[in-house]
Design a protein around this ligand. Structure first.
Ligand code: NDP
Length: 332
């Protein structure tokens, strides 16, 4: 089968030369394992960190080896009593056509409940991040004014909608195009949205939320975080979910210029990883499934076809080519 390997570690922005798309022997299926034919896989910002040779909360990708990431596929051979041929599974060995997965690393999915792609977005890791980040890390309360950056992306689009469903006084989003900003206000129910490329973030945020903000859900870092600190109200909570504006920097970015604001306003800044919130995963799935059924949450995927296009999909996602969750369709 075909697989995508890390050919070279990037310095700054990755290019297609950092990847190689090769034919590889499919390993034999051992006891307790299943052979999975992947249907759809996720490309995620955290993968940029794994391309560096630096240990963080996840180990780096190995040079010359297939990359990894969430994928949904169909079991086509099984040596595990718990999984049968034809089962749909969520697992961690994306970036390849065929994966041999230990049964412990595969979660069986209910075929009738949602399309496979949903388990990589709205009902998957990114949905869980939005839910836990807003309701638990940020300790969101009804009546809060909420600002979300990266708001037309996978996590941001859901974080803003969860705030709305749970009774935010106002939800403001920022994203990188007029089309994205229009999607937020016209389809997702954000009260206001702006294109951060149109002018200084602080000016645009001050216009959208002159009363100030209680929660900032930060996917971006940099200028957005500076602006949020200025517009924060007393006791505001800022959750540091990601800092995608800095992932391809070759020199570390300067810290937030307006950090002093945190003192006088008693602001809480809290970083978090979705993995810290495994305990609320069942509640997230129950709530999110309910909101989807009731039509209160909208989700969207940008789907690139063909495993060979996965490297381009990953790079394009970091440049903002996606609306909602960026996915790669491997097989139908
Ligand atoms: P997205 O779907 O949001 O895709 C990334 C988006 O980032 C792009 O579409 C682009 O949209 C935006 N972007 C790129 N460069 C910039 C920039 N310089 N300034 C502002 N926006 C930029 O990805 P995810 O939803 O998967 O991830 C969103 C964030 O959440 C990331 O920072 C990620 O690392 C983080 N994350 C954190 C987790 C955790 O456990 N803490 C778990 C999952 C994700 P645009 O057109 O608007 O620029």
């Amino acid at each position: 089968g075909t697989e995508v390997r890390l050919a070279a570690r990037p310095d700054g922005w990755p290019t297609l030369e950092n990847f190689s798309v090769v034919r590889a022997e499919v390993p034999a299926v051992g006891a307790g394992q299943v052979l999975v034919r992947n249907l759809v896989m996720s490309v995620d910002p955290y993968m940029r960190g794994r391309m560096n040779n630096m240990r963080s909360y996840v180990p780096p990708f190995a040079l010359g080896k297939a990359l990894e990431g969430d994928a949904v596929g169909e079991v086509i051979a099984s040596k595990s009593p718990g999984l049968a041929v034809g089962d749909l599974v969520l697992h961690r060995l994306g970036w390849r056509e065929f994966a041999v997965v230990g049964a412990a690393g595969a979660v069986r999915l209910d075929r009738g409940h949602a399309p496979p792609a949903a388990y990589l977005g709205v009902l998957g890791m990114t949905g869980h991040t939005a839910y836990a980040g807003l309701l638990h890390a940020a300790r969101f309360c009804a009546g809060d004014v909420v600002f979300v950056s990266g708001a037309a992306g996978a996590v941001g689009s859901l974080a803003g909608q969860v705030a709305r469903v749970r009774g935010a006084a106002k939800v403001v989003g920022s994203a990188g195009s007029a089309e994205k900003a229009a999607w937020l206000t016209e389809e997702l129910g954000f009260d206001a949205a702006f294109n951060y490329k149109d002018g200084p973030v602080l000016e645009q945020l001050a216009k959208a939320a002159p009363e100030g903000i209680d929660v900032y859900f930060d996917n971006v870092g940099g200028e957005h975080l500076d602006a949020a600190l200025v517009m924060a109200r007393m006791g505001a909570r800022i959750v540091l979910c990601g800092a995608i504006s800095q992932y391809n920097d070759t020199v570390p970015a300067a810290g937030p210029r307006n950090l002093l604001q945190a003192i006088g306003k008693g602001i809480t800044l809290r970083g978090f990883l979705v993995g810290q919130y495994d305990g609320v995963k069942d509640q997230f799935l129950t709530d999110m499934s309910g909101w989807l059924t009731e039509g209160r949450i909208t989700h969207r995927e940008t789907v690139v076809r063909g495993l060979e296009n996965a490297p381009a999909a990953f790079i394009d996602m970091m440049r903002g080519a996606n609306i909602g969750k960026m996915l790669v369709n491997i097989a139908d």
